[in-house]
Structure formats: C-alpha cells, structure tokens
Design a protein around this ligand. Structure first.
Ligand SMILES: [Zn+2]
Length: 154
C-alpha cells in the first residue's frame, strides 16, 4: 500500500474529510485511484470493508488501513431474478459473498451466469466505472464512485 494512506484515522470530528478512507467518499476516492482498502483490526485480524472507525467483531479501535488482495473465493452465491427496476434489463445475474485472500468478506456481482459459479471458485475483484443502472440509482455525490465486480478465474 502506498504511504499516502498510512496516517489516516477516525478519532475526532476533524478527521471526517472526503479524503479520509474511513469515510465512504474517501474509500471510493482511493478505489478510483486503484486502491481497494480495508481497515485491519490489529487485535483480532478482522478486515472491515469499507473501513470503519471501530472493529465490528471485537470493538477495538486499533485499526490500520490495508490494501486488499484482489483474489478470493466464493463463499456463497445466488441468482437475482427480480432486481430493483433500474437493473431489470440485467437480470438474471449472479451475486456472491467472496472471501478475499486476506480474510475480508464482501458481497458483489459475479460476471458469470449462476450455473457457471460454485462455492470455493476462485475469483478476482475488478474495479469498474458505474454503468447506466448504477448511475440511475446513484445519488449525485455517488455518481463518481466506482463499482466492484468479481471476475471468475479459470
Ligand atoms: Zn477486532
């Protein structure tokens, strides 16, 4: 990880800035720069995605920003057949819970049909520009935020 994120914390109101990756604007700004960040709890090793000011596993505030590996495996998955109306033209599509190689877990779209996905499949997290459906449901300040999509690895 580049050192530019090493000194960020969220300990007082003055730390709440649009550049701070502990805030959603800061998390997505880092993602737009190609850095997919989590907060690593140094007490229990839980990864918080997006970064939060306190660990939701143990309550500790001993957190460090950490760039995440892009590779992971499918933990669980499903097919969305009845999506929100903005995404109707994209249905059916696959959504999975993925555990990255760091242990971080997050949900996201998988760029593969449901029948082609299985538990433990290896996938890679990609960072993409939002598409028309994402832009339709985005609030104005979210329109510049990238999205993540999991690509299957053979
Ligand atoms: Zn913890």
């Amino acid at each position: 990880m580049s050192d530019e994120y090493a000194d960020y914390a969220l300990e007082s109101p003055a730390d709440v800035t649009p550049e701070n990756p502990y805030t959603l604007p800061g998390f997505f700004a880092a993602m737009a720069d190609g850095q997919f960040l989590a907060a690593r709890c140094t007490d229990c090793e839980t990864r918080l995605v997006p970064p939060r000011p306190a660990c939701y596993a143990c309550g500790s505030r001993a957190l460090e920003l950490e760039e995440q590996p892009r590779e992971g495996t499918v933990v669980s998955y499903t097919e969305v057949r009845n999506p929100p109306s903005a995404f109707a033209d994209e249905a059916p599509y696959t959504v999975a819970v993925v555990e990255l190689d760091s242990g971080a877990r997050l949900t996201g779209r998988v760029d593969a049909p449901y029948e082609a996905v299985a538990i433990d499949d290896p996938v890679r997290l990609t960072i993409q520009e939002p598409g028309p459906a994402e832009l339709e449901v985005a609030r104005e300040y979210e329109e510049a935020w990238p999205i993540h999509v999991f690509e299957p690895l053979e």
